[in-house]
Ligand binder design. Structure first.
Ligand code: B1M
Length: 220
C-alpha cells in the first residue's frame, strides 16, 4: 500500500514533518489507525533498528526516527473517542530507588511510545511503594525497571519482593535493564526478562504481545 510505504520512508529518514504528513494522508484515505501504527511506523522503526544493529546508522538518527514515529502516533490517536483506541500494551517504567540516571530509561520510553505502547513513566528514584501503586492504578501488562549503578541494583529485587508480598507479581511481566544488569542478575532476582537496550526491549515486547493479548482477554 502506497500510503504505508510513505510512512515507512519518512520514519526511516527521521523526517518528522514528512511522517506527520504521510500519516494524515493515510488516515484520510481510510487506512486504519492500527495499520498506520503497526504496518507503517513500527515497520519503519524495525528497518532503523536493524540498520542500527548493523552499524549502518547511529543513535541520533534512531532517536529522530523514534520521535517522528511518536509524533505520527500522536496524530493517529488524537481525535479518537476516549477508550476507542487501546494501546498495544502498557508498561509502568521507572529508574529504581537511589538512582537518578534517566537517559536510557527515557530512550526506552520514547521507542516504546513510538510503537504504540503506553508508557507510564514514574521517573527516577522510584521506590517499591510507588511501583506498587502504579501497578494497582494502571494495571499494566509490563513493569520495566532501569538501573545504572551497582549500588542501586538491589532496588529491583526489592520491587519484585514487594510485588509478591502484595499478590501482584503474577499480574505483570517484569523486564529489567541498565548497564550493570545482566541476564544472570535478572534470573537471580526473579525478573521475567533482561533486556539490553531500547531496540531489544521493543522486540521483546512485540514477541510478548500474543501472551499479553491472552491476559487482557482473560481480564475482560
Ligand atoms: Co553517572 N554513573 N553517576 N551520571 N553516569 C555511570 C552510570 C557510571 C558507570 C560512570 C562510571 O563510573 N564509569 C557510574 C556507575 C558505576 C557503577 O555503579 N558501576 C556512575 C556514577 C558512579 C554516578 C554518580 C554516583 C557520580 C557521583 O556523583 N559521584 C552519580 C549518581 C547519581 C545518582 O544516580 N544517585 C552520577 C550522576 C550522573 C549524572 C547526573 C552526571 C549523569 C546522569 C544524567 C541523567 O541521566 N539525567 C550521569 C551519566 C550521564 C553517566 C554515564 C556517563 C552515562 C549514562 C547514560 O546516560 N548512558 C554513565 C557511564 C556510562 O554508562 N558510560 C554513568 C546513555 C544511555 C542511553 O545508556 O543508560 O546505559 P544507558 O541505557 C541503555 C541500556 O543500559 C538499556 O537501554 C538503554 C538504551 O540503549 N537500558 C534498559 C537502560 N534501562 C533499561 C531498562 C530496560 C531495558 C534496557 O527495561 C526496562
Amino acid at each position: 500500500m502506497e500510503e504505508l510505504k510513505d510512512i515507512i520512508g519518512a520514519v526511516v529518514a527521521g523526517d518528522i514533518a514528512e511522517t506527520k504528513d504521510a500519516v494524515r494522508q493515510a488516515l484520510s484515505r481510510g487506512v486504519t489507525p492500527t495499520d498506520v501504527i503497526e504496518k507503517g511506523m513500527v515497520t519503519g522503526l524495525d528497518v532503523v533498528g536493524e540498520r542500527f544493529a548493523n552499524g549502518e546508522t547511529f543513535l541520533p538518527e534512531m532517536m529522530l526516527s523514534a520521535i517522528a514515529a511518536r509524533e505520527g502516533i500522536a496524530i493517529t490517536t488524537e481525535g479518537m473517542e476516549k477508550g476507542k483506541y487501546k494501546p498495544r500494551a502498557t508498561m509502568v517504567l521507572g529508574t529504581v530507588k537511589g538512582d537518578l540516571h534517566d537517559i536510557g530509561k527515557n530512550l526506552i520510553a520514547l521507542v516504546l511510545r513510538s510503537r504504540g505502547f503506553e508508557v507510564v513513566d514514574l521517573g527516577v528514584d522510584v521506590h517499591e511503594e510507588q511501583f506498587i501503586s502504579a501497578v494497582r492504578e494502571h494495571k499494566p501488562e509490563i513493569l520495566g525497571m532501569s538501573c545504572l549503578m551497582t549500588a542501586t541494583m538491589i532496588g529491583m529485587k526489592d520491587v519484585i519482593s514487594a510485588l509478591t508480598e502484595v499478590g501482584l507479581r503474577n499480574t505483570v511481566k517484569v523486564i529489567v535493564g541498565g548497564c550493570p544488569v545482566s541476564q544472570g542478575f535478572a534470573s537471580q532476582i526473579g525478573a521475567d526478562y533482561y533486556s539490553r537496550d531500547a531496540g531489544s526491549t521493543a522486540a521483546l515486547i512485540e514477541r510478548l504481545l500474543t501472551e499479553i493479548k491472552m491476559v487482557r482477554d482473560k481480564r475482560n
